[in-house]
Design a protein. Structure first.
Length: 109
């Protein structure tokens, strides 16, 4: 399953076992059946309080992130976004239970 873009709200719900939305319910079904989930984060608070939930997801064996970076480090210091061009490679790696590296990319600027 791919969740892209994944908001900070969806990340928080999944990280804390809250399944009250079609996306989180679908993810729960995938997890229950031992399937991997690849997500592409896009949030203005990824390096703020939402970072805890992103890292929590990455600590679970069935979650894999599309590598991400700060998208506007001088205008939005906490904002991160996945590098969407790496979706296919991320999927290939998740199929063999590996996280595509490097996970944290340098900024665009």
């Amino acid at each position: 399953m791919v969740i892209a873009p994944m908001s900070a709200t969806v990340a928080a719900k999944l990280a804390n076992g809250i399944y009250d939305h079609p996306i989180t319910l679908a993810a729960k079904a995938m997890l229950r059946n031992g399937k991997n989930i690849v997500f592409g984060i896009a949030t203005n608070d990824g390096l703020g309080i939402s970072g805890v939930n992103i890292m929590k997801l990455l600590s679970f064996k069935q979650f894999f992130a599309i590598p991400f970076r700060q998208d506007a480090p001088f205008q939005k210091e906490r904002s991160v976004v996945a590098k969407w061009e790496l979706l296919e490679e991320s999927l290939d790696q998740a199929l063999i239970n590996k996280q595509l590296q490097p996970l944290l990319l340098g900024s665009k600027q």
